[in-house]
Design a protein around this ligand. Structure first.
Ligand code: AKB
Length: 319
């Protein structure tokens, strides 16, 4: 029987992951962890228990884990890449000091832990085409530094204490439910909001800049399937390359135009976002995840674009 705590349950990934986990394991078995000011609302609040679980407060997390007899923690607390550059100390406090607290609580209470890494864990000296699973990781952003540290610390807790830590390196995630905030890949979500609202899109990333991306249903499956995987098959743990597609702004623009021919986009490149994007891979090799736990994405650029446009239009009342 799984009893799960999702830390950061109201964020971009957390809001949908909590709902998906509840549909698989039962509402009462999945606790929506949040910080004051980001309380769960609507179906997230009604679908199961919720508790304040701030990663900077180990004692508070320990209380929640004991109260609900938690055996699995999905730790989604982090600042995204652009906002982390503006608040590097806070990024470290949440991402690394917070992770340390999560891992300690997990060690003491024998919990498995999923803490995502990112394509941001790679840097300018990483091979950019078909970036291998095991390769150079020398990022220049604080986000990247904290993601590499996340991977190392999570592996350390596995090897030293036997804590069952596992993770994927998420690419940019695209969803119509909760918008991301402060990431380099956010443009790939924002472009859909502009298209559905009938507005021109101003793209902060330059033409020709390719990055890996994934539709949220695939991302949720990746996290859950990895945590369900047979540990005997895992030679790697923190963290697996996973991807579903790789595109540049003009590719997604053209795909949207196939369904919305009047849609228009212009470029106003943001130097910080562009520098970060250029330091990240153009395309990941995720064959290790495919071999070790059977990872397969279900959505490509065309199927994701069709679904996003339909679901977002419904959500924004723009059919
Ligand atoms: C970001 O852009 O910061 C994130 C990521 C790829 O980790 N979406």
């Amino acid at each position: 029987m799984k009893n799960i705590l999702v830390i950061g349950s109201t964020g971009q990934i957390g809001s949908e992951l909590t709902t998906e986990l509840r549909s698989r394991y039962g509402g009462s078995n999945v606790v929506a962890g949040y910080i004051p000011g980001a309380e769960p609302k609507g179906s997230l609040a009604e679908g199961g228990p919720a508790a304040v679980a701030d990663v900077t407060n180990g004692g508070q997390m320990d209380d929640v884990v004991r109260k609900y007899n938690i055996d699995t923690i999905y730790n989604l607390a982090a600042l995204l890449s652009v906002v982390a550059e503006q608040k590097p100390k806070l990024a470290w406090k949440i991402g690394i000091d917070g992770l340390w607290n999560v891992l300690e609580v997990a060690r003491q209470n024998k919990c498995a832990v999923f803490t995502p890494s990112s394509i941001g864990s790679f840097g300018p000296t990483t091979p950019h085409e078909l970036t291998p699973q095991d390769t150079v990781q020398r990022p220049l952003t604080i986000y990247g530094v904290s993601k590499v540290t996340t991977e190392l610390l999570s592996d350390y807790y596995f090897h030293k204490y036997g804590v069952d830590t596992r993770a994927v390196r998420f690419p940019g995630l695209i969803s119509y439910v909760t918008p991301p905030g402060g990431g380099t890949t956010d443009y790939a979500v924002d472009i859909f909001y502009a298209a559905v609202r009938g507005e021109k899109f101003v793209c902060p990333i330059a033409e020709g800049t390719r990055m890996d991306m994934m539709y949220m249903p695939d991302a949720l499956r990746a996290a859950i399937e990895l945590m369900e995987a047979d540990p005997a098959r895992l030679k790697h743990r923190n963290a697996f390359n996973v991807t579903a597609m790789s595109f540049a702004p003009e590719n997604i623009y053209r795909e949207i135009c196939r369904r919305k021919p009047d849609f228009r986009m212009e470029y106003q490149v943001d130097p910080l976002k562009q520098a970060i994007a250029e330091s990240w891979p153009d395309s990941l090799d995720d064959s290790t995840a495919r071999e070790e736990w059977g990872w397969r994405p279900q959505y490509g650029l065309g199927s994701m674009t069709r679904d996003m446009l339909e679901k977002l239009a419904e959500r924004l009342g723009k059919q």
